[in-house]
Design a protein around this ligand. Structure first.
Ligand SMILES: Cc1cc2nc3c(=O)[nH]c(=O)nc-3n(C[C@H](O)[C@H](O)[C@H](O)COP(=O)(O)OP(=O)(O)OC[C@H]3O[C@@H](n4cnc5c(N)ncnc54)[C@H](O)[C@@H]3O)c2cc1C
Length: 455
């Protein structure tokens, strides 16, 4: 292991100003590209991007990886390809701590000092301390999560295909999605498409009626807080497709093979997926600064930590002070991108002694995909549902993908999926499958639990 230490650099007798950006997601990439555009010709400013991944991930298409609609590599773009001849340095390493007093970032392989810092480390799944949730459910935050989930869904189809006990087969073929936000809704629609349109045809031992897809939402409606038109259309479509939408259903415990709802009901399920919320990256937990909801760092309108004005926090890691309606702090990509632009601009302003720009943002629309050939969108006053909305959804997402090569690859994937069956090859060993691990008896765990509790 190489340990590196980046201290201050001096060039021609002048101390080089170092701006470090942490995270290569929507916020981090936008910030470093904006900074680079401005400082391209300034030798006395050094830009460093640090991330644990050597790519940037287009998260809105993750549900389509789960449903084998598109290929995993097609929704990521490597940092080296994005950088080309741009003048910033990239270090692939994991941030393990930040010392705000000493202005140093600690990495797995060393440390680096900074003059200005942008924290864009995103978020992780929020399990809300529900017992068993982190152990027994699948998340959908990273590319690995999506590939792992896809493989486990196919794996369960393979096992269920030759299961002779009908009750057990139906239990295995129950898919529970926890969280009726837009990720949960889009994922539910994708899983439904994958299973009913493609998989059921290929697995002769599985009947249409054996499969059950259940969307569990603790609130009284799915897509709460989103446009009521979108919420109504989405719910109508899911119900029409035979998906059980259970609102007012708070998951209170998770087990191997099922969940407990409202401290009472048990839902047995072969796969449980948790999309019920996000919390700030755990690296931020140890920072002794004020936090907003779910561990997100409180920032002022310039995106700075007020006590450390050389440190900017953006995207899912940040919560804008005074944002009572949570509109300007929503954990969505356009917010991260706009905050990145403001943070980069204000670092330029600070270095060039100009006055600061304040962040303000109001989302211009909302798009929710409802599987193949269907979506619902609201952009300004325009509201659309159905095939045209689906085409627009596709076009907008294609445009937002970084790089022509990726845009072509995804477009081709979509076209191929219209003609050919989706790929159902298991490409990684399903390490969380206890049948594959030779521990099939663990299916009985839930039975034991029920007996213990007299349920
Ligand atoms: C399945 C899914 C679907 C979504 N769909 C949409 C959508 O349709 N529309 C929308 O607007 N938003 C969507 N989002 C939300 C959107 O992805 C986030 O709001 C956005 O990515 C936040 O940007 P960010 O820069 O703050 O964080 P991220 O984009 O998450 O980037 C965080 C970066 O930090 C890096 N990192 C994390 N920890 C470390 C560490 N310790 N050391 C070094 N690097 C680290 C990560 O590798 C990553 O590069 C979706 C999210 C998910 C999970």
């Amino acid at each position: 292991m190489v340990l590196y230490y980046f201290r201050e650099r001096i060039k021609g007798g002048v101390v080089v100003i170092r701006v470090v950006v942490l995270g290569s997601g929507f916020g981090g990439i936008e910030a470093v590209l904006n900074l680079e555009r401005h400082f391209r010709k300034r030798e006395d400013v050094e830009l460093v991007l640090i991330s644990n991944q050597n790519y940037t991930l287009f998260t809105p298409l993750l549900p389509q990886i789960v449903s084998s609609y598109i290929e995993p590599r097609h929704i990521v773009q490597t940092i080296r390809d994005i950088r080309r001849d741009r003048r910033f340095r990239f270090i692939r390493d994991r941030v393990i701590g930040i010392d705000l007093e000493k202005k140093v970032v600690r990495l797995l392989e060393g440390w680096i000092s900074y003059n200005y810092l942008i924290i864009a480390l995103g978020s992780t799944t929020n399990f809300f301390n529900i017992p068993g949730a982190s152990e027994y459910t699948f998340s959908l935050k990273t590319l690995e999560d999506a590939v792992e989930l896809r493989d486990h869904i196919i794996d369960i189809l393979e096992h269920a295909d030759h299961e002779e006990n009908l009750d057990l087969k139906r239990e295995m073929l129950t898919f529970a999605i926890v969280g009726g936000g837009y990720t949960g809704v889009e994922l539910t629609a994708e899983i439904r498409d994958f299973i009913y349109r493609q998989a059921v045809k290929n697995y002769r031992g599985i009947d249409f009626g054996d499969v059950r897809i259940v969307l569990l939402e603790a609130a009284s409606e799915i897509l709460e807080g989103v446009d009521p038109y979108i919420a109504k259309k989405a719910k109508g479509k899911l119900l029409k497709e035979g998906i059980e939408v259970r609102t007012g259903a708070r998951v209170t415990r998770c087990f191997r093979g099922g969940v407990e709802i409202n401290n009472r009901d048990i839902l047995r399920a072969g796969i449980v997926i948790w999309t019920a919320g996000v919390r700030a990256n755990p690296v931020l937990d140890s920072l002794g600064v004020r936090k907003g909801e779910f561990g997100r760092i409180l920032v002022n309108g310039y995106m700075q930590i007020p006590e450390f004005p050389e440190v900017y926090v953006i995207g899912d890691s940040a919560f804008v002070e005074g944002d009572k309606l949570r509109r300007s702090s929503q954990p969505v990509a356009p917010v991260a991108i706009e905050q990145a632009r403001v943070a980069a601009k204000n670092i330029v302003n600070a270095i060039e002694n100009r006055s600061f720009e304040e962040y303000s943002f109001s989302p211009s629309g909302m798009l929710v995909s409802l599987g193949m050939n269907d979506a619902v969108i609201r952009v300004g006053r325009i509201r659309l549902a159905g095939f045209i909305a689906w085409l627009l959804w596709n076009a907008l997402h294609l445009l937002k993908l970084v790089g022509l090569k990726k845009q072509i690859q995804v477009a081709v994937d979509w076209m191929l999926a219209m003609v050919f069956p989706r790929d159902t090859a298991i490409i990684r060993f399903p390490r969380r499958c206890f049948i594959c691990s030779g521990r099939a008896e663990l299916y009985r765990d839930l039975e034991n639990y029920k007996q213990e509790r007299g349920l």
